[in-house]
Design a protein around this ligand. Structure first.
Ligand code: ZN
Length: 652
């Protein structure tokens, strides 16, 4: 076993001496990630999210893990007790590991000693449950539970270990190698023995250990972990798992990853697996594998992704639907699939450096990941519908609800993957803001922040001043710069037609993609990016049949929605018909649109002779708000896509 961090593999991307403290640190990549010591979010909505995560969500999650007995499972395992009455689902260990990962990033950010003590206390309980040979699970391999590795399709043993490894990586990169990393390497060594070239020739039903093993390799330098990740990735798709009720596409065991054309099956599994493939490709220079993932990502974004960035429309198997099957009222769009999509797009951004990946990161952060938790950070959506037709009921703050079943944000779920996934994402959010390469720094996400890193030319320090996404003005202030020229690249989002970059007296158009300024900078100079944020109508491809005849409204990176609490008399949102001839406008407190409230006829048979739909009913103007903030004011009906006059319908 080794816990060395003095990996000497060369980076192609610049002068960083120590690996950055970030979740994903490729040895070879187009862009170099910046760690939590290099980027600090200093204000705005993302700073609020990080503060709430630290002050409320981490404690909330720890409380529920304790009260549900999921932490106690480790104590019982350590004591050799029977697991016959074990608490929670077979994958509940993973929530403890994701909490540890979130705590590690947050401690790395804040240095809070009390949080460090809480983290160490949980690690001690986890470590005590590890078997002498490295095996670690509270759900298998002890009295009263099934045998080890006896249910690879559904058991999640390797999935859980993947989350353990990511927690160990986070801790090692923020506090140095410690007991948690030792627990990880003992378990990983066992996995390599049991599932190595001469071992069980199969994989876990839920991908996750693949990216985790690559990252554990990056921290420890142990090539066997990378090789094990490669084995898992190459085996999958060759029907190594048993047939299940949803078919083998459910866990991507239908087609080898190099041959697949699109993401399919369970959306979280698909995005985690693809993330691992990008990680492997980055370590081995495997351009064919990277190209295969890019191809699948492009097809998925083009035909299987909601306007919010949400992925997965099927409730039955939490899976992608077929192309263009994106019903708003039956959107599954699991918060975790949003997290997985961010992870995948981020890896592709590092590998390829193209702004389109950061565009999807932004869209998904603002409209899926941010929609998941309440403003309080203590209640969560599991699924993220784009059309709520019935008033929800407020969940009992004292009871876990079944998976996905809540109609409003719930405190905890029997399957509680989403709260811990947003916790670890927010705790490491600053690592998604910017990157570096040989020439300079690239800013991908806009928030008040400081960015400081060492480039081959010398140290560059930037301060971002902005009220984004409230306003579109982004000032990048040079606090310190090398004498020689460096490049400062700013992303211009795909929706930002008409953006400009001001550099002193020079004002230039900044087309969607990115805009780069390369020169010698002096302290105090400011680059100003102006992004046009006026609200806009958005239509869908006509093959998304479920939203034909409707428009959505977006403003900057945010998708907007209408809620019944904002309609006169709290009428149902389905009564609203949008006037597409009057542009949406920014007003105090939201975005105003105009339209009509129609009286629904409610016929006995909802089909009939086609009649051109016209404007009718009471004229109204309505305030829309960001989709991510919906259901913060109690039960309401809600929709994103609003019908416009013109499409024929049954007379009413
Ligand atoms: Zn989830």
């Amino acid at each position: 076993m080794t816990t060395t961090t003095d990996r000497t593999a060369p980076s192609s991307t610049g002068a960083a001496v120590n690996p950055p403290a970030a979740p994903v640190v490729p040895s070879l990549s187009r862009l170099r990630p910046l760690g939590i010591g290099e980027v600090t979010i200093t204000g705005g909505p993302w700073a609020t999210r990080q503060a709430t995560n630290a002050a409320a969500t981490l404690g909330h999650v720890e409380h529920w893990l304790e009260r549900e007995g999921w932490l106690g499972n480790f104590d019982a395992t350590a004591a050799g007790a029977s697991g016959a009455d074990r608490a929670g689902r077979e994958f509940s260990d993973s929530e403890t590991y994701k909490l540890l990962e979130a705590m590690a990033w947050e401690h790395g950010r804040s240095g809070d000693p009390e949080l460090d003590a809480r983290l160490r206390a949980i690690v001690a309980r986890v470590a005590a449950a590890q078997q002498p040979d490295g095996y670690l699970s509270t759900a298998f391999g002890r009295p009263g539970t099934p045998e080890r590795w006896s249910d690879l399709e559904w058991g999640h043993e390797l999935y859980c270990l993947g989350h353990l490894f990511q927690a160990g990586v986070a801790r090692a990169r923020t506090a140095g190698p410690d007991e948690l990393l030792e627990v990880c390497t003992r378990a990983a060594d066992l996995v390599c023995e049991v599932f190595g070239p001469q071992g069980i020739p199969s994989v876990c039903g839920h991908p996750e250990i693949e990216p985790a093993l690559v990252e554990l390799y990056r921290v420890t330098g142990q090539r066997r972990y990378l090789e094990q990740a490669r084995l898992f990735l190459e085996r999958r798709g060759h029907q190594v798992l048993a047939e299940v009720e949803f078919g083998r596409a459910y866990f991507q065991d239908d087609v080898p990853i190099r041959e697949a054309d699109v993401l399919r099956g369970h959306a979280v599994r698909a995005t985690y697996l693809s993330s691992g493939a990008v990680d492997l490709a980055a370590e081995t220079g495997d351009e064919e594998l990277l190209a295969a993932v890019v191809r699948q990502w492009e097809a998925t974004v083009a035909r299987r992704t909601y306007l919010t960035g949400g992925m997965g429309s099927r409730h039955q198997d939490e899976a992608f639907g077929e192309d263009f099957v994106l019903p708003p009222d039956r959107a599954y769009s699991e918060t975790c699939a949003g997290v997985g999509s961010v992870q995948l797009a981020w890896r592709l951004l590092l590998a390829r450096g193209e702004a389109r990946y950061a565009d999807l990161v932004e869209r998904t952060l603002y409209n899926v990941v941010d929609a998941g938790p309440s403003a309080s950070g203590t209640a969560f959506f599991y699924t993220n519908t784009l059309h709520q037709r019935v008033l929800g009921t407020v969940p009992d703050a004292d009871h876990a609800v079944p998976r996905a079943a809540s109609s409003l944000r719930a405190p905890w779920f029997a399957v509680s993957c989403c709260p811990t996934n947003v916790a670890r994402t927010f705790a490491s959010l600053q690592t998604l803001v910017a990157t570096a390469d040989e020439d300079g720094v690239q800013v991908h996400q806009y928030a008040p922040a400081t960015i400081a890193t060492d480039l081959p030319a010398g140290r560059l320090e930037l301060r971002v001043v902005t009220d984004y996404p409230h306003t579109g003005r982004v000032e990048v202030v040079v606090e310190r710069a090398p004498a020689d020229p460096v490049a400062v690249t700013l992303r211009v989002p795909g929706w930002a037609t008409g953006a400009t970059l001001t550099d002193g007296e020079d004002v230039r158009e900044a087309a969607p993609g990115s805009v780069t300024t390369t020169r010698a900078f002096t302290t105090g100079e400011v680059l100003v990016l102006d992004l046009p944020l006026q609200p806009r109508f958005t239509a869908a491809d006509p093959r998304v049949d479920a939203v034909r005849g409707t428009l959505a409204v977006e403003r900057g990176p945010q998708v907007l929605c209408v809620e019944s609490v904002d309609l006169p008399g709290e009428r149902h949102v389905d009564d609203l018909v949008l006037d597409p001839t009057r542009a949406p406008e920014d007003v105090e407190g939201g975005v105003r649109v105009h339209g009509w409230l129609r009286q629904q006829a409610d016929p006995a048979w909802p089909y009939g002779e086609p009649t051109p739909g016209g404007a009718a009913g009471e004229q109204v103007s309505v305030l829309l708000h960001p989709y991510a903030d919906w259901a913060e004011r109690g039960p309401s009906t809600m929709r994103v896509f609003l019908p416009v006059p013109g499409a024929p319908s049954a007379a009413s």
